[in-house]
Design a protein. Structure first.
Length: 468
């Protein structure tokens, strides 16, 4: 692994210039937190000797690490680096994102690195430690920096099951994984499983690694451009902000504040519109989005909303979209769901319903002790701003309140109930948050969530502005 890093790094300065199209001395200019997770098992040093290179870590890896760091603009608002050497059950955490602010500081620290010859390859442990010790503890940034983990390894993991599970947790947290294999021992399936995008993995040989580093640099620079956009300034203070500006090759889009990863189904897509820019397009029946789990959060358990909750999005849903779904047998058509429709799942949902009980749109929210329901016989057929607030209490501004284009249009009736468990904690678009049925068809833009009940005048100000 150590060897890989060296090569990778050596190439980075050249690769960065190739990516930018400038001379080789130009640095890769991105906003990113990049964790270098380097396999320091004894097999790496052995592979170097077989390739005819002695003291592989000292002569190749360390110099490569310095080159990679020097290939980026290091600063609190540019690139921040963290470095780990792993193999044993306890990896060596060399420095995190918060420790150094300049290239010179990082290079000086790399110069001090000792050679390690770990007996095992605990990749799963390394993934977990990178998340908890690097990314989770990093000082917050306001520039929507990309979170990237570059894994350099020459062998399959000792803890294979744990490695797969930890990789999934990293990706769900919005951290992009780029696995780099050194030699032929790493299974191709592992590279593809761990990578956040099929195009973001690479294999090099010990002897030729240095000459292939430019390709790795390209991956790092390209990988820093995640499938998310900056949250518009008018949504300042939001806990979550989905702009739906882009999607990667894995059909993933990344939320702008906490970098939560959402996964689009095969039929879902991002569509460019003349009036609203790029929007989420779920107009094909069966198109859905899984926005991940929010266990223990206000989104899926309103009892935890100490200051309430506000949900805002722009939507276009027409009668032709509804009728197409009715013909497909969807008498209930979900727009958004975090629960609230089952006895084992608190949360909220907005959906179209056509049955003997009611025909029209329904906004429903469920706490542990009550249901709140707002019924809407009809909504606009053009783009409009949907919003609701909820706060426990009996005051005029408490309970479930629905807003349409910034104006209050309804307040939910409170129905006493008993919902002791909250087992289903996903947020989904285009279907209920459990099961594959009751699909809704619509287009959506700028889904924004605040963990507080915004006052009516603030909602009006937000939704009457421009989309971008």
């Amino acid at each position: 692994m150590l060897v890989k890093i060296c090569s990778i790094i050596c190439v980075l300065s050249v690769a960065a210039s190739l990516v930018s199209g400038a001379d080789p001395t130009e640095k890769c200019k991105v906003a990113a937190d990049i964790a270098l997770v380097v396999d320091a098992s004894q097999s790496v040093e052995l592979g170097g000797r077989i390739a005819g290179i002695k003291d592989y870590f000292q002569n190749v890896i360390k110099e490569g690490l310095k080159t990679i760091v020097q290939s980026f603009e290091v600063s609190p608002k540019g690139v921040r680096f963290a470095l780990m050497l792993y193999g044993a059950k306890e990896p060596l955490l060399l420095f995190d994102f918060n420790k150094f602010k300049t290239v010179e500081e990082i290079v000086a620290e790399i110069d001090k690195l000792p050679t390690k010859n770990f007996l095992d390859t605990y990749t799963g442990v390394a993934f977990q430690k990178a998340k908890t010790e690097f990314f989770d503890k990093a000082t917050a940034r306001s520039d929507n920096a990309a979170n990237i983990l570059v894994l350099l390894t020459d062998g399959d993991p000792t803890d294979a099951v744990q490695a797969d599970a930890a990789a999934e947790q990293l990706k769900k947290a919005g951290i992009k994984i780029m696995p780099i294999a050194l030699g032929n021992s790493v299974k191709e399936d592992n590279l593809k499983k761990w990578a956040s995008d099929e195009s973001l993995n690479f294999r090099a040989q010990f002897k030729t690694f240095g000459s292939e580093v430019t390709k790795i640099v390209d991956l790092v620079c390209k990988g820093s451009k995640l499938a998310h956009a900056e949250c518009p300034a008018k949504f300042n203070g939001a806990n979550y902000c989905w702009t739906f500006e882009a999607v990667n090759n894995l059909k993933q889009t990344v939320e702008s504040v906490k970098k939560k990863v959402g996964t689009l189904s095969e039929k879902a897509k991002i569509t460019a519109t003349a009036s609203h820019g790029n929007v989420l397009d779920l107009t094909t029946t069966g198109a859905t989005v899984d926005l991940g789990s929010y266990q223990g959060e206000c989104l899926t358990d309103p009892d935890t909303c100490q200051e309430g909750i506000t949900v805002i999005f722009w939507i276009k849903i027409t009668s032709s979209m509804i009728n197409a779904n009715l013909q497909a047998g969807n008498t209930h058509q979900y727009v958004i769901s975090t629960g609230g429709q089952r006895r084992d799942s608190r949360g909220f949902a907005f959906l179209y319903q056509k049955d003997a009980q009611f025909t029209g749109f329904k906004l429903q929210l469920q706490t542990s002790t009550a249901d709140y329901v707002v019924q809407l016989p009809q909504i606009p057929e053009t783009w409009f701003a949907f919003a609701f607030t909820f706060k426990n209490g009996m005051g005029a501004s408490d309970g479930l309140i629905y807003y349409q284009n910034g104006k209050k249009e309804g307040k939910g009736a409170r129905i006493i109930g008993n919902y002791a468990t909250d087992l289903v904690t996903k947020m989904t678009l285009g279907k209920p948050n459990k099961g594959e049925q009751f699909f809704g068809s619509f287009m959506m833009n700028n889904l924004v969530i605040y963990y507080k009940a915004l006052p009516a005048d603030q909602i009006f100000t937000i939704v009457t502005g421009n989309f971008h």
